[in-house]
Every structure is written in structure tokens, then in C-alpha cells.
Design a protein around this ligand. Structure first.
Ligand SMILES: Cc1cc2nc3c(=O)[nH]c(=O)nc-3n(C[C@H](O)[C@H](O)[C@H](O)COP(=O)(O)OP(=O)(O)OC[C@H]3O[C@@H](n4cnc5c(N)ncnc54)[C@H](O)[C@@H]3O)c2cc1C
Length: 467
């Protein structure tokens, strides 16, 4: 009979960035750790490959440098010299309006305007919206914070009107969450802006005041960071540090059963393992199915976090086939424009060393909440739909040299209205299950830095450093 001993490993289920961050922290502390993933490679949605001499990111291509946790982990791994920033000199983003690319006005912090002249001059918004944006500066600090949760759309509509939701908030957030602003929770997705509202009333004024206060203390940093060899090399470095012998890839966890002070873990291939503790670093629905018989209430709460599917399509071209070199980092396509594309990045401008001289690499992002799940289209019709959009929107005439499709079914957690309360209750319930921890992108942040932070915190809890 299996006995729990001091040697029983801590099991991390899921080898995406959340699980690898947890496993790294455990292994650095000298704990016995086993990481399991149903995929045959580590990294989860972080996947880097090459296509036509270009370095292609199938999933995330970078992370926000403002959040420190991913950079801190890269440094611990000794990869500081591999860190690169986005080429912000060429940072210009366009938004599609009436099937034309319109430059995003200068001075926007996400969707909050902070400069008057660029807003006055932009073709992106109508005069009534511009006027409304100007008047927003006069908005007073509220007597008390808003009661309860509010959707992103309702929040921004209240400040800047519907057109600002349609042509700023929705496209900017769709590239991150693929979600519907009418359903997404403002405090969970854009907590900083809700705080600014509480503190200053006007969001524009709040951003300006905070920027002024921070101006003297911050050296300029690139907006996005990545690794020279791509985000996949982050996962590879973590695997090397953890020790590849501690990973079991291509193995799905089927069931968890509390046993002898730990967990009896059953795998899809019939194998089993006795673990002292378990960190579930999985999409919420996958964690829910493992907790269903052990803790039905937690499973039910986990099942309430919705997920969207997305896909990226990488296309390479010869620059010579373009009349003019593509400008800026790329463009965003509002839902109102009814295209397949959600966004496209010109990789040769954002991360120039990822493409050889004379090549164009277009990275197209597909899959909006209200649109067909990309899984419903085969690869060639998905590429055709993307190319048709590119012909319409940027006048593409060139034929792609190569293309690659990366599908991410149910990978993007959606933080809908009520999310914070749901997560609070879930954390409360799970804290009562001994030796079980929840990491992943479903709770306190979907971006890579937050996944690193939450994964690390779970490991610290497993080591007894954190409650
Ligand atoms: C296309 C795309 C682009 C993105 N772009 C960015 C970006 O530019 N910047 C940014 O910061 N964030 C970005 N994100 C978000 C970010 O990449 C993800 O939120 C984050 O990587 C999720 O990591 P994770 O480890 O929590 O989950 P995942 O990477 O999804 O890993 C979960 C793992 O669990 C495994 N698994 C599931 N069930 C089981 C089971 N029963 N047994 C064993 N294993 C199982 C899966 O195989 C998977 O490998 C993007 C996401 C996508 C999909």
C-alpha cells in the first residue's frame, strides 16, 4: 500500500507559466516536485516556433513591463541579457473605423485621453464624443464609491459615451481578453481606473495627476518586454531550472482523492501517484472537473468562470511586395466593424530582430466572444477569412509566403461582472481543503506577470510561507 512519507512530492498539475512558476519556487526551496501536463511540451499557451526565417509566437508575444513579477523571474533564471523591450520608437497603433485605419490619438492611457489636441484632431471619434471627453475633466470626486460591480462598457460609457466604448475600450480589451465589454467587470479588468474614479472623479485628470507625481521617479521603460528567443524560451529555461526529470508531459490527471493526509492522483494512462500537496495550475473548468467529487461547491464556483477561444494566424511576406512598408505596431478592429480579425501586429516593427531584413511577419489575432469559435473553421478557411480582411483593411495585395495557425480553445478566462466576489468565495472554500492550491489565469490576472505572481504565491503557501 502507498504510504505518505516526507518524500511524497508536491504535485503541480499544468505546465503553463502558472504551473512552471510554482514548480520553480518549490524546486528552489529544495522541495520534491512533480509537474504533470497533458500536452507533450511545457509552456501551455506560451509557444514559440520559426516560420520562413522569422521567430513566431503562437500565443503571448510579450508581457506588460509595468508589472514586475515576470521580469523578476527572468532575472532569477539568469536570463537578464535575453530580456528585450518593444521597439517603442515605432509604436503607433491604428484602429479601424469604417474599414479605414485611423491612428490611435496620441496621449491615450489605454482608453483614457490625456491630451486635448490629438483628441480634437482625430477622425476616430465624432464631435459630440470629443466634447464629452473634454467635459469629463470637470467630473467631481464621487461622494462614495460605486455600489457593487459594474461592466467595463457601463463604466466607460458613463465617463466618455458609447462611441468611446465601441472604438476605444472594446478593441483595446478584445486584444487581451477577446471578451465583451458589456459583460467584463471594470474593477476586475481595469481596477486602476475604478480607483482613479474614486480618488479624482475624472479619469483623465486622475491619470494626469498620477503621471505628474510619478514623472520624477520613473526612468522610461519599454511598454512590453519579451525574451530574445521568444516566450517559449522562458518556459524552456524554467524547465531546465526545475529539472526535466521532474516533468511528466503527455499525461493527463484524471482524478484526485484525499488519502493519508495527501492526495492519491490517478492519470489517464492508468498510472497513479501519492502527492503530499497539489497545486492546480489549470484553466478553471479543468480544475473544476478534478474537484467535482472531492469538493462540489468549489467545483461549481470554478465552473462559473467563462472561457473564450482564440487563434493566432502568422503570415510571412516579402517586404518588396508592399507598396509602402507597414507602419507602426499594428491595428485593432472594433467589433462594430464586423471582421474576422480582432487585431494584427507587424512583428518586424514591434520586435525587429525577430524577422530577417526584407520580410514582413503579420501576426493576426482571431476570436471574439460574439464570433464563431475558431475551432468551427478549418485552418485554410480561417486563413482565407484573415486574408480577405487584410485586403479590405490594409489593401494587401501580396501573397503570403508561409502561414501557420495556432488555436487556443477555451484558453482566455473572462472576468465578468461579479468576478471578484466569485473569486473571494472560491478562495475561501479552497482554503478549507488541506494541501490544495489554485493557480492559473482564472482569478487575479490573465497576463503572464500575474500568472507568475499567483503561481509563486501558491508555491509559497505549499511551503508554509504564506497562508
Ligand atoms: C493567443 C493568446 C495570446 C496572449 N497574449 C498575451 C500577451 O501578449 N501577454 C500576456 O501577458 N498574456 C497573454 N495571453 C494570456 C497568457 O498567455 C495566459 O493567460 C497564460 O499564459 C496562462 O498560463 P497558465 O499556465 O495559467 O495556463 P495555460 O498556459 O493554459 O496552461 C495550462 C496547462 O494545463 C494543462 N492541462 C489542462 N488540463 C489538464 C489535466 N487534466 N492534466 C494535466 N494537464 C492539464 C494544459 O495542457 C496546459 O498546458 C495570451 C493568451 C493567448 C491564448
Amino acid at each position: 500500500m502507498e504510504q505518505q512519507t516526507a518524500e511524497d512530492p508536491i504535485l503541480v498539475v499544468g505546465a503553463g507559466i502558472s504551473g512552471l512558476s510554482a514548480a520553480y519556487t518549490l524546486s528552489q526551496a529544495g522541495a520534491n516536485v512533480v509537474v504533470v501536463d497533458s500536452r507533450s511540451r511545457a509552456g501551455g499557451v506560451m509557444e514559440t516556433t520559426t516560420l520562413d526565417g522569422c521567430l513566431v509566437e503562437g500565443g503571448p508575444d510579450s508581457y506588460l513591463s509595468q508589472k514586475p513579477w515576470a521580469t523578476a523571474l527572468v532575472r532569477k533564471l539568469g536570463l537578464e541579457q535575453e530580456l528585450i523591450g518593444s521597439n517603442d520608437d515605432r509604436r503607433k497603433t491604428f484602429i479601424v473605423r469604417d474599414q479605414q485605419l485611423v491612428p490611435m490619438p496620441d496621449g491615450l492611457l489605454m482608453m483614457v485621453p490625456t491630451k486635448i489636441l490629438p483628441m480634437v484632431g482625430t477622425r476616430l471619434l465624432s464631435w459630440p464624443t470629443k466634447l464629452r471627453m473634454g467635459l469629463e475633466l470637470l467630473r467631481r470626486k464621487p461622494a462614495k464609491p460605486r455600489d457593487g460591480d459594474v461592466s467595463v462598457a457601463a463604466f466607460f460609457r458613463d465617463h466618455y459615451g458609447q462611441e468611446a466604448v465601441d472604438y476605444l475600450a472594446e478593441p483595446l480589451l478584445a486584444g487581451v481578453y477577446g471578451g465583451d465589454p458589456e459583460r467584463m467587470s471594470a474593477p476586475s479588468v481595469l481596477g486602476r481606473f475604478v480607483e482613479l474614479e474614486n480618488k479624482h472623479g475624472s479619469l483623465s485628470l486622475g491619470v494626469l495627476r498620477e503621471r505628474k507625481a510619478a514623472a520624477t521617479t520613473h526612468a522610461p521603460t519599454p511598454i512590453f518586454r519579451s525574451l530574445r528567443q521568444g516566450m517559449g524560451s522562458f518556459a524552456e529555461a524554467l524547465v531546465r531550472a526545475i529539472g526535466p526529470q521532474h516533468l511528466r508531459l503527455g499525461q493527463s490527471v484524471l482524478a484526485l482523492e484525499p488519502q493519508r493526509g495527501g492526495y492519491h492522483v490517478s492519470f489517464a494512462d492508468g498510472a497513479s501517484l501519492q502527492a503530499s500537496q497539489v497545486i492546480l495550475a489549470l484553466p478553471a473548468y479543468a480544475a473544476a472537473s478534478l474537484l467535482e467529487s472531492m469538493h462540489p461547491l468549489s467545483a461549481k464556483l470554478l465552473g462559473q468562470v467563462p472561457y473564450h477561444s482564440s487563434a493566432t494566424v502568422a503570415l510571412t511576406f516579402d517586404l518588396a511586395q508592399f507598396q509602402r512598408p507597414p507602419e507602426g505596431f499594428g491595428f485593432l478592429v472594433p467589433q462594430r466593424e464586423r471582421q474576422t480579425l480582432v487585431a494584427a501586429t507587424y512583428v518586424q516593427n514591434k520586435f525587429p530582430h525577430r524577422t530577417p531584413e526584407g520580410k514582413v511577419l503579420l501576426r493576426c489575432f482571431v476570436g471574439r466572444a460574439a464570433e464563431a469559435n475558431p475551432g468551427l473553421r478549418d485552418d485554410s478557411s480561417l486563413v482565407d477569412a484573415v486574408l480577405a480582411d487584410l485586403r479590405r483593411l490594409i489593401g494587401l495585395v501580396a501573397q503570403p509566403r508561409h502561414c501557420a495557425v495556432f488555436r487556443w480553445p477555451r484558453a482566455m478566462a473572462q472576468y465578468e461582472v461579479g468576478h471578484a466576489a466569485l473569486v473571494r468565495e472560491l478562495r475561501r472554500q479552497v482554503s478549507a481543503i488541506p494541501g490544495l492550491h489554485l493557480a492559473g489565469n482564472a482569478f487575479e490576472g490573465i497576463g503572464i506577470p500575474d500568472c507568475v505572481r499567483v503561481g509563486t504565491q501558491c508555491a509559497e503557501a505549499a511551503l508554509g510561507k504564506r497562508s
